[in-house]
Design a protein around this ligand. Structure first.
Ligand code: 7RM
Length: 687
């Protein structure tokens, strides 16, 4: 078995001595809730909730979680988290003010809960399976090795002056070093701000500046789909507009030469020179653990802030119970750590439970569309959690890429990010899972911290219907609101705005640096309940199906994008007068991006040239996945008399539904609609 060695054999290795591990006993002894780390919850008995074995049915326990949330969550928090100091009140929440506090005055360390306690009990069990870009080059990291790496990383950060409460931007490829960087921040009390390593330098800069991060952790280069990604170069470009950054740690992923400047520090060398033990910081339950940027309908992406204990508990519980994780199983969430799915189901959820978790560095189609299935055969993964967009893409390549590999190790399958259409669901169930594995269509958001609606857990053998997340998780109380009346819709067979009525431990606490925006975005639309931004349908039997976003947020291949973000870039083209971006249904990506662009008078540049320029600008300012699929140059946009763009009309045109435009008489200039329909036909060849 190949071991991960951070390019230096001395850092980690099989022969790490036991005495070194014992140095970490310091933190074991300071636990004040009357037990050692080894007593911690790792029960995997036949009953999933040994804490509540008096409840006969799933439904009873679910009802109890709603009716007695303090007892429910308090019990689980005590049994599953290792605390330095027990908490007092279970919660203190007032959603009208976006005031959310869980496990008050409790003290803990998240990295100790994710690493130390497992390293003590099962030092040689696998923590990370690094599925590197090249098939067959995987590396394994045990809990002992992960602990040593996290400790070294913590010492590196502290020795360079990174302190509790500091924001640390992480711009790294999927790798053990990236996981260790996140956990080291947690260990020393710094707040990590992971930026997906596919974002452009401007997007990265915006996130560094908004967070006022003094520290950046990056790599020389990334490797994905056989291609080199110049990560350090992107950071260098970003730093031209960030004056707050004082140091940049550079991990050698490829070891190729990259220019090093005066802020740059060789991370590999630093790691090698630091001791592999470290005394963790004692954190309050409600100290920030991390922030993660996500797109909304207006303005710049928001730094969603999560705290320590509530997030950790919710990540751990959902990972274990939604996927029915059993000890020694290999868990494979193929999301990137740059997204919330990677935070919760690659890092915190699995490690909290002492699981072996996959770090997938490659793409679903490298070197061919059999990659996922070949990986499953080779690594013998028991769980696979992926995005519908990947499934839809692979479905098109045909069954033979799947069936030529042995998938008998698979036990549970999950997906997240966008609605999973019926065809893809059936392919997932029948072809991938050979009708043997439950499919969990999991609905949740950056803001919810973890899975909120999902078919499992549920009563043994309970039905799973295609293409809907169906049932709320424990403690989650979904409601549908009438968008016109602002009141709750009751009963079945209704559609409305999906809200969640009661607080749960994993929910976001704030938008970093702008609590008012947090209240305005999530708690004002429907007074005092959390508004998700999604619409949903509730069936007669009370099951939930997500109908899509109700605001100007697009979900492209599972990436959340505000239409306003793209418009901002388009408007910066010299020739642009104004623009409107909408989504249109797309076979593979879920949604495609359609940009309507009004040009200034007397523009001489050719349309082709401007299209190329616009795409390049969007790629540079946001990312490649944000580039419009279709750009239409138009003399005007459909506007109301008050000047509001009627996006509904643009959406219909983009979706090839000119017959369903509805009433256009309120438009200032209704004739513009015909012009748009005509031009759309020309561009797409569709009527
Ligand atoms: C985890 C994640 C959140 C948005 C959300 C929805 C959409 C997510 C599903 C889904 C239909 C699903 N976080 N979404 N899961 N739509 N069915 N199972 O994706 O913050 O990046 O996006 O994604 O619109 O609001 S996210």
């Amino acid at each position: 078995m190949k071991r991960f060695v951070v390019a230096l054999p001395s850092v980690l290795g099989r022969n790490a001595s036991k005495s070194k591990l014992l140095k970490n006993e310091k933190c074991v002894r300071t636990l004040q809730v009357g037990r050692t780390l080894s007593d911690s919850f790792t029960d995997h008995s036949t009953t999933p909730f040994p804490e509540f074995d008096t409840f006969a049915t799933h439904d009873e326990l679910y009802q109890f979680s709603l009716n007695s949330p303090d007892f429910f969550w308090g019990t689980l928090a005590r049994s599953r988290i290792n605390w330095y100091r027990d908490f007092g009140r279970v919660k203190d929440c007032d959603l009208t003010r976006g005031h959310i506090r869980w496990f008050l005055d409790g003290e803990l360390n998240v990295s100790v809960n994710c690493v130390d306690r497992h390293a003590e009990k099962n030092p040689d069990s696998i923590a990370l399976i690094w599925e590197k870009d090249e098939p067959g080059t995987q590396e394994y990291v045990t809990y002992r090795e992960l602990l040593q790496l996290v400790c070294r990383m913590s010492n590196v950060l502290e020795s360079h002056g990174v302190k509790r409460g500091d924001r640390v931007a992480i711009y790294l490829p999927q790798s053990p070093v990236a996981v260790a960087a996140m956990l080291a921040c947690a260990r020393i009390g710094a707040i990590h701000n992971v930026v997906f390593a596919g974002f452009s330098s401007e997007a990265l800069a915006g996130r560094i500046v908004d967070a006022q991060a003094e520290t950046v952790i990056t790599a020389d280069q990334g490797v994905r789909g056989g291609k080199i990604i110049e990560l350090k170069q992107v950071v260098d470009d970003a730093l031209k507009s960030c004056t707050c950054v004082k140091r940049v740690f550079v991990y050698q992923r490829t070891g190729n030469d990259v220019p090093m400047g005066k802020l740059d520090i060789n991370l590999d060398k630093e790691l090698a020179s630091q001791p592999d033990t470290h005394t963790p910081a004692v954190m309050d339950s409600e100290d920030y653990l991390f922030m993660l940027y996500t797109s909304g309908s207006t303005g710049k992406p928001k730094g969603i802030a999560h705290t320590q204990a509530g997030y950790l508990l919710y990540a751990g519980l959902t990972m274990k119970h939604v996927f029915d994780y059993k000890p020694n199983e290999l868990f494979g969430c193929v999301a990137d750590i740059g997204w919330i799915t990677g935070h919760t189901y690659v890092v915190y959820g699995p490690l909290f439970n002492g699981a072996a978790t996959l770090l997938f560095e490659s793409t679903p189609v490298y070197p061919n569309p059999g990659r996922y299935w070949e990986t499953i055969e080779r690594l013998k993964l028991n769980h696979l959690y992926l995005a519908p967009t990947a499934l839809r893409m692979l479905l098109k390549s045909g069954d033979s890429w799947v069936t030529k590999y042995d998938r008998s190790s698979l036990r549970k399958l999950g997906c997240v990010g966008e609605p999973l259409n019926r065809e893809a669901w059936e392919w997932f169930y029948e072809v991938i899972g050979e009708e043997r594995c439950d499919i969990c269509d999991t609905w949740w958001q950056t803001e919810t911290g973890g899975i909120a609606i999902t078919p499992r857990p549920s009563a043994p053998g309970a039905e799973i219907r295609p293409a809907m997340p169906m049932r709320p998780f424990f403690g989650i109380d979904p409601v549908l609101m009438d968008p016109q009346m602002g009141t709750e819709l009751t009963g079945g067979d209704v559609k409305g705005a999906l809200c969640i009525k009661r607080p749960w431990p994993g929910m976001a606490r704030s938008i970093y640096g702008d609590h008012q925006r947090f209240i305005d975005t999530y708690y004002k639309t429907y007074h005092g309940v959390y508004f998700t931004g999604d619409g949903a349908y509730r069936t007669k039997d009370g099951y939930y199906q997500i109908t899509g976003r109700m605001d100007d947020v697009l979900n492209v291949s599972g990436h959340r994008l505000g239409t306003a973000e793209i418009e901002d870039v388009i408007d910066d083209l010299e020739e642009t007068a104004e623009s409107a971006v909408v989504g249109f249904p797309h076979d593979i990506k879920g949604w495609g991006i359609y940009a309507f662009v009004v040009l200034k008078d007397d523009v001489k540049t050719s349309e082709e040239e401007m299209k190329t320029q616009l795409k390049a600008m969007v790629k540079k300012r946001i990312s490649a996945f944000a580039q419009p699929d279709i750009i239409m140059f138009t003399p005007g946009l459909p506007k109301t008399r008050s000047g509001k763009i009627m996006r509904r009309i643009l959406r219909k045109i983009a979706a090839n539904q000119p017959d369903e435009l509805g009433d256009v008489s309120t438009l200032f200039d209704p004739s513009i609609v015909d012009a748009l329909v005509e031009k759309h036909k020309q561009i797409t060849g569709k009527s």
